[in-house]
Design a protein around this ligand. Structure first.
Ligand code: ADP
Length: 404
């Protein structure tokens, strides 16, 4: 059984082909700078590391999907599109209109289109990807897997903003969260590692990549998360500011003569670790810090402090937890950040085995001291595999029989 996972962005298409019997990725690819003269497409066969590339203008997403198919054939990863049992599409924003992954049809695409105001960069790009794959082979089931679904179990008290109710009623302004596919995937892996049924598993998941978010999970259900209406809320990130006093926006408009749009760009692309230290790469920040750079140390400390504040807040609303789970680029690879985040949390029953923590990640594993109640677990996230699994589940439910 083969599942193709597509993450279609405004000027790019990322794809990965899975053999779902063995849960392994066969190949992955990236088509970049769609619509420019510098378009580039690359497919890597994961078993051999062999690359297949194409350069030259790729006009639009339709041409991108054609090149993806061509690369799948020339790399001999597929002989025919008939071998694909389903296509899973990542969708950033499903708002409160989707509480599970769904088979894509005209009605689903229309709803995703209606949600464009909430994800103006992402949802149009996802729709382009869906339309083009369906145009090539309308008979292959395509499934939409939403980043927001896992957070749909948040109670109203978590997802509402203390703003006039009409903003929620008229504009759907509320907290939706993001990275849900990753939080769900790593939490399930964590429960498996500890041998606890997921519906009895409570934890805090820390997705720390260039975008970063936290989720509070009680008995297998998300009850709060740090990202909000957009992925700007919450933690300090690579280039995003996370939580700030909202009054800073009108202050800057008035005193720095910046437009709302300019401030939005600054908060998303020129803030966070980058603004404080000059780089958004945590490896560089730590190297600079070791060389005595004070701003790098400040960025590191601010990043850690903000994570700790969320852990404290989430323990307060969760009560007892089984685990704290680290994932994504920083969470999986950076022992120093993990140690700094967990230090001082002993009062909550969180105690790290520093030796285990410093071993580079191979398999998912726990690095807490054995006698402590709360396990500290590191799990490599795999959002594409999670999308492929959801795609299989939706198709099987539809057919009423397992895929072969
Ligand atoms: P995204 O998918 O959101 O782009 P990733 O989850 O791949 O991000 O994380 C990217 C970030 O992870 C990089 O910006 C870098 O700061 C950090 N990172 C990757 N490897 C390491 C490492 N070995 N040590 C510290 N940070 C790392």
């Amino acid at each position: 059984m083969k599942i193709l996972v597509i993450n279609s962005g405004s000027s790019s298409i990322k794809f990965k082909l899975y053999d779902m019997q063995n849960k392994i990725a066969i190949c992955k690819g990236l088509i970049e700078q769609i619509g420019s003269k510098n378009s580039h497409a690359k497919l890597t066969v994961l078993k051999t590391g062999e690359n297949f590339e194409r350069s030259g203008e790729i006009e639009n997403h339709g041409a991108g999907i054609d090149i993806m198919n061509e690369l799948l054939f020339v790399s001999h990863t597929l002989k025919s599109l008939d071998e694909i049992d389903g296509v899973g599409h990542r969708v950033v924003q499903g708002a409160d209109l989707f509480d599970d992954a769904v088979l894509i049809d005209e009605k689903v695409m229309k709803t995703i289109e209606e949600l464009i105001p909430l994800a103006p960069l992402h949802n149009p790009a996802h729709l382009a990807g869906m339309k083009e794959t369906l145009k090539v082979r309308p008979d292959i089931p395509n499934v939409a897997v939403f980043d927001t679904v896992f957070h749909q179990t948040m109670p109203k008290s978590s997802y509402m903003y203390p703003l006039p109710l009409e903003f929620y009623e008229k504009y759907k302004i509320r907290r939706y969260g993001a990275h849900g596919t990753s939080h769900n995937f790593v939490a399930r892996q964590g429960a498996k590692i500890l041998g606890i049924d997921f519906d009895k598993f409570s934890c805090i998941t820390l997705h720390l990549g260039s975008g970063a978010s936290v989720a509070a999970i009680k008995d297998g259900k998300c009850i709060d998360t740090s990202m909000g209406l957009t992925p700007l809320e919450g933690l300090m990130m690579g280039t995003r500011c996370g939580n700030i006093d909202p009054a800073i926006v009108p202050f800057l408009m008035k005193n720095a003569n910046l437009s709302g749009e300019e401030i939005d760009t600054i908060m998303n692309k020129k803030s966070g670790l980058l603004a404080i230290s000059g780089t958004n790469d945590m490896r560089e920040i730590e190297a600079k810090m070791d060389a005595g750079d004070e701003n790098a140390k400040l960025a590191f400390d601010m990043f850690v402090l903000r994570i700790k504040k969320y852990i404290g807040a989430y323990i307060a609303i969760l009560g007892e937890i089984n685990a704290i789970i680290f994932t994504a680029g920083i969470g999986e690879n950076d022992a120093r950040i993990r140690e700094a985040v967990c230090s001082g949390l002993e009062i909550f029953g969180i105690r790290m085995d520093k030796n285990k923590n410093s071993v580079p990640l191979g398999e998912p594993r726990w690095v807490g001291l054995p006698e402590t109640k709360v396990r500290i677990i590191i799990v490599p996230t795999d959002e594409e595999l999670a999308i492929a699994e959801d795609t299989v589940r939706v198709i099987e439910n539809l057919n009423g029989v397992p895929l072969k």
